[in-house]
Design a protein around this ligand. Structure first.
Ligand SMILES: Nc1ncnc2c1ncn2[C@@H]1O[C@H](COP(=O)(O)OP(=O)(O)O)[C@@H](O)[C@H]1O
Ligand SMILES: [Mg+2]
Length: 386
């Protein structure tokens, strides 16, 4: 434990009798008491020592008591001051109160115990103020520590996002190499075979196989390049959600085989995102295309429902189908690049991975809800544009 320093009481009066009386009054108190007879001496002490309570005559011959009050407060705002003043100068006593004196005592000193009581009260008030000050300092330190922790979390998060991105690119690059290498080796083998082949129909069937392999590679390249084009050529703008979804639907209706599928939309208008139109469109093209492909497997007729709206501070969009659904095991894999259950030439396995990349880039979320045999619902959520 630190030794607790005694409170320091400085008493200033030019009348030796008064000093004598006050000395007796405070003798029993657990304070250090200094008695001085001049303002100059008091000033010297105020400048060189800590003073907790100043009890000073207002009318000193050299320095005014009010001046000592000012000095004491300037040195230590929590220093308390009690002014001793004659009956005649009640007004100046009030002036002292205005200068933040704790109290005043009128001379002659009729009730010395009253002075002692006031001094005790002054110290009690000071203790509360000191405790408050300590608490504020502690709070400030806590705040600083919290801020530092927050800052660290932020930079860690940024690092994580960065390394996650790099890992993602690595996986994607490895995947592309893998996906392209097998058709490439196929093409090479067939081309070599053709070079030595005398049988024309056989050579022609090799050539057809080569075309098939090339299609696979082309699909991968087309899908990737439309993604990277979407990401680089366009500026961020204000995107009207419902319109982009409608455009995406039109694209799918035109390009994919969706004869067996009915589309229903329920889109709230007037919702905006700050994003690249192409990217948001691509997200919906990929989801709607998957849904349509899944729904077209339904004998009784496929249905794809697309909805968009707003909840709280989120914009959401959903794409549901009545296709075969996705079992829990597969749900873990569908966002990986090149994961596909479709026949060769039918799917690249890149669609949902691209959806995931774009959505997370906009601090959004993509989730899937599906039970086998009961269709699937993909949900997107984006923080609302203010
Ligand atoms: N709406 C859906 N219903 C059922 N399965 C789906 C649906 N959407 C995606 N999938 C599954 O996720 C896989 C990956 O989808 P995606 O990344 O778009 O690649 P691709 O469509 O080229 O196969 C699909 O092959 C399919 O198995
Ligand atoms: Mg797809």
């Amino acid at each position: 434990m630190l030794p607790i320093e005694k409170k320091h009481l400085l008493i200033v009066d030019d009348e030796p009798v008064i000093l004598q009386i006050l000395k007796a009054v405070f003798e029993e108190e657990p304070w250090r008491v200094t008695l001085v007879g001049t303002g100059a001496e008091a000033e010297r002490i105020l400048h060189s020592e800590r003073v907790d309570l100043l009890l000073t005559d207002k009318n000193l011959p050299d320095v005014s008591g009010l001046e000592l009050l000012r000095i004491a407060k300037a040195r230590e705002p929590l220093c308390e001051v009690i002014i001793l003043t004659g009956y005649g100068s009640l007004e100046t006593a009030l002036a002292a109160m205005e200068m933040d004196a704790f109290d005043y005592v009128l001379k002659p000193l009729n009730n010395v115990f009253d002075i002692r009581k006031k001094a005790r009260q002054a110290f009690a008030k000071q203790d509360v103020a000191l405790e408050n000050r300590r608490l504020i300092v502690a709070l400030r330190e806590k705040n600083l520590a919290l801020e530092a922790a927050l800052e660290e979390t932020r930079s860690l998060q940024a690092e994580l996002v960065q390394s996650e991105k790099l890992a993602g690119i690595g996986t994607l690059a490895a995947g592309i190499a893998h996906e392209i290498s097998s058709p490439l080796f196929g093409i090479m083998g067939l081309a070599e075979a053709i070079a030595d082949e005398q049988d024309l129909p056989l050579a022609q069937s090799y050539a057809r196989d080569i075309v098939e392999y090339c299609r696979t590679v082309r699909d991968i390249v087309v899908e990737l390049s439309s993604y990277s084009r979407a990401a680089t050529t366009e500026y961020l703008t204000t995107v009207e959600f419902a319109r982009v979804i409608q455009d995406a639907l039109r694209l799918v209706e035109r390009s994919a085989d969706v004869r067996n599928v009915r589309f229903e939309t329920n889109l709230e208008e007037g919702l905006f995102l700050h994003a690249r139109t192409n990217e948001i469109q691509q997200v919906f093209v990929n989801l709607i295309k998957n849904a349509a492909e899944a729904a077209s497997e339904t004998e009784a007729g496929g249905v794809v429902r697309i909805a968009a709206g707003r909840t709280g501070n989120h914009v959401w969009g959903t794409v549901s189908d009545n296709g075969p659904g996705i079992d829990a095991q597969k749900q873990k894999l569908i966002f990986d690049p090149f994961y596909t259950t479709k026949a060769p030439g039918k799917g690249t396995g890149l669609g949902l991975n691209i959806v995931y990349r774009i959505v997370t880039k906009y601090r959004g979320l993509v989730t899937v809800d599906s039970r086998e045999g009961l269709g699937a619902t993909f949900e997107l959520r984006f923080p609302l544009e203010r």
